[in-house]
Design a protein around this ligand. Structure first.
Ligand code: CUA
Length: 343
């Protein structure tokens, strides 16, 4: 009975592992597959250790138990060089079996990808609590949704704008820390299939750490080129002058849209086509994976702009602006229509 809460917790944890787009147990590319292989090796070795240790323990417990009426003190043993050598050498051998392929994989994967001339370079910058994706060779920036061409090498340079975060795409590529102090970390991966993969921040970074999600969207290379080109098209302000004025004075002071606005906060170009608002308010229908009709995007944007604190506590938008109901509706509508046609 005492184990019931523990069992419930394990069921919950395992249920979370069942999410196909967020599981290291469902590898979707060469990097994730290699990592999955290493995990299997580790689990087999650990399983063997558990079986052997339990078997020995059980044997000792039963074989040397105190019999009824037995009052003698067992033979006292102090130290055994033979045993100590055995239980030191066995773990060393097991660690070598684990360590050699792990180190090999780390270097082989980097080598396979590092020099790929066709690699798409992306500079990932983590912020409390969102992700910035810059494609330096294409001159574009976006946020929260990393769009990549299927089959191509993606070469990540990961850094942070504030505190320590960790960039993690469980089903594609493992994780890499983004460290303060100008440090840059590298990661490579490719996604052989089209699809949407979930990414997470994997390092405690503040009250909304658990909400710091992003998407990786793998599209065919032609669609990727169209996406990159569409992202560079100029964007018009809202047609209603009052909404345009509010958008310029209250949103564009931080955010960028097209070639307008400030570069420091999530770029909103094409936000109406993204799979989510703020990385967590989902815009797509879970069943057919198609964009839900515009209303969902609008409703999510409305909710987010109206009260960002209730959705991602402690984010930088909180208390930065005051909008009338008309301005709020107008801006949410305008942003929901900022779509990119590339699929
Ligand atoms: Cu960012 Cu946790």
């Amino acid at each position: 009975k005492r184990l019931a809460p523990l069992m419930a917790l394990m069921v919950l944890v395992l249920a979370a592992c069942g999410r196909e787009d967020l599981s290291t147990l469902n590898p979707q590319g060469p990097v994730a597959e290699e990592q999955f292989g290493l995990m299997k090796t580790a689990i087999i070795i650990m399983g063997l250790v558990i079986v052997v240790v339990f078997a020995i323990s059980l044997y000792v417990i039963i074989r040397f138990r105190r019999r009824p009426g037995d009052k003698t003190i067992p033979k006292q043993v102090e130290g055994s060089h033979k045993l100590e050598i055995i239980w030191t050498v066995i773990p060393i051998i097991l660690l070598i079996i684990l360590g050699v392929p792990t180190v090999q994989s780390v270097f082989n994967l980097a080598k396979d990808y590092r020099d790929d001339p066709e690699a798409v370079k992306v500079i990932v910058t983590s912020h409390q609590y969102w992700w910035e994706f810059e494609y330096p060779e294409l001159g574009i920036k976006t946020a929260q949704e990393l769009v990549i061409p299927t089959g191509k090498t993606i070469s990540i340079e990961a850094k942070t704008a504030d505190v320590l975060h960790s960039f993690w795409i469980p089903s594609l590529a493992g994780k890499i820390d983004t460290n303060p102090g100008g440090n840059v970390n590298f990661m490579y991966f490719s996604a052989p299939k089209e699809g949407v993969y979930l990414g997470k921040c994997a390092e405690l970074c503040g009250p909304s750490h658990g909400l710091m999600d992003f998407k990786v969207k793998s599209v065919n290379p032609d669609a990727f080129d169209r996406w990159a080109a569409a992202l560079q098209e100029p964007v018009a302000l809202p047609s209603d002058p009052a909404i345009a004025a509010a958008f310029e004075s209250k949103c564009l002071t931080c955010h960028a849209v097209g070639d307008m606005g400030g570069p420091a906060y999530p770029n909103l170009t094409g936000i109406g086509s993204r799979e989510s608002v703020g990385g967590i308010l989902v815009n797509v229908d879970a069943d057919d994976k198609k964009y839900d009709h515009e209303d969902t995007v609008y409703n999510n944007l409305y909710k987010w702009i109206k009260d960002p604190e209730s959705i991602k506590p402690g984010n930088n938008m909180v208390n930065q602006y005051d909008l009338t109901e008309e301005e709020l509706e107008g801006i949410a509508k305008y942003l929901s229509e900022l779509t990119l046609n590339y699929e």
